[in-house]
Write a protein that binds this ligand. Structure first.
Ligand SMILES: [Zn+2]
Length: 247
């Protein structure tokens, strides 16, 4: 079983987008992570990063931020560097439908996309950008409700608050360290310390989900990996390096 951490570009923006209580004028550059998990017969991509159009040029689409990395940061290019084509994937996990997590979905038709029913419903009734991702032709949905064992060592965890139906992923590597991928349940250690959930759809649910993931990470002796923590990301092994064994 292997876990790869993929860097699907970076975003330069005002810190207040993530933490509204921050002082004005502070720019931050955050990573856009995705993950590839190989276990048994399953090859699972967790999140598909930013859409090609935004990677080419983000300025007309989102003037408040700048996408870095270019088309080489697209999820299809990131898996290609590991020798994989979209058709090699058995599942995609869509944690939620923001542009930096679901933007690559239109380029993965025919691959089962595992999403929480509540998240998909919200995105279908959401803004034009989210509707574009979820209504792209040929996408194959596998809707779930709540926690779900996806494959050996891979458990999806409902962790709502950032968005309705947001999900996190517990990856238990046999004989090695385990990881709890919080995704945007918790952006960063700094956000956790500041207890600032004001940017989230449901701040109270977000706080409860963050606590639950902290408890689960402790119970499983798993490293809690934050969604966009620049400092923590720098300490992780990035693809083509991986966690786990060669089997
Ligand atoms: Zn995000």
């Amino acid at each position: 079983m292997r876990l790869y951490a993929l860097e699907l570009g970076r975003i330069d923006m005002d810190q207040r987008v993530i933490m509204p209580a921050s002082p004005p004028g502070q720019r931050i550059t955050i990573p856009v992570p995705g993950y590839l998990i190989q276990t048994g017969d399953a090859t699972i991509l967790v999140d598909t990063g930013m859409p090609r159009a935004i990677l080419r040029d983000s300025t007309p689409i989102a003037p408040w931020m700048r996408a870095l990395g270019g088309e080489e940061a697209h999820a299809t290019a990131a898996i290609a560097r590991l020798g994989l084509a979209p058709s090699d994937l058995t599942h995609i996990v869509a944690t939620h439908f923001h542009f930096d997590h679901a933007g690559g979905l239109p380029e993965f038709p025919g691959i089962p996309i595992v999403a929480q029913r509540a998240a998909l419903a919200a995105a279908r009734g959401g803004n034009a950008q989210q509707r574009e991702y979820v209504n792209a032709p040929g996408l194959l949905w596998q809707e779930i409700d709540g926690d779900h064992d996806l494959a050996p060592g891979v458990r999806l965890l409902l962790a709502a608050g950032h968005t309705p139906g947001h999900q996190a992923v517990l990856v238990a590597l046999p004989g090695a360290a385990s990881f709890l991928l919080a995704i945007d349940t918790i952006y960063s250690r700094q956000q956790l310390a500041a207890d600032d959930w004001g940017a989230y759809a449901d701040p109270d649910a977000a706080r409860a989900s963050a606590r639950r993931l902290q408890d689960l990470a402790a119970a499983h002796d798993a490293t809690l990996v934050y969604g966009h923590d620049t400092a923590q990301w720098a300490t992780l092994r990035h693809a083509p390096a991986y966690y786990g064994d060669s089997a």
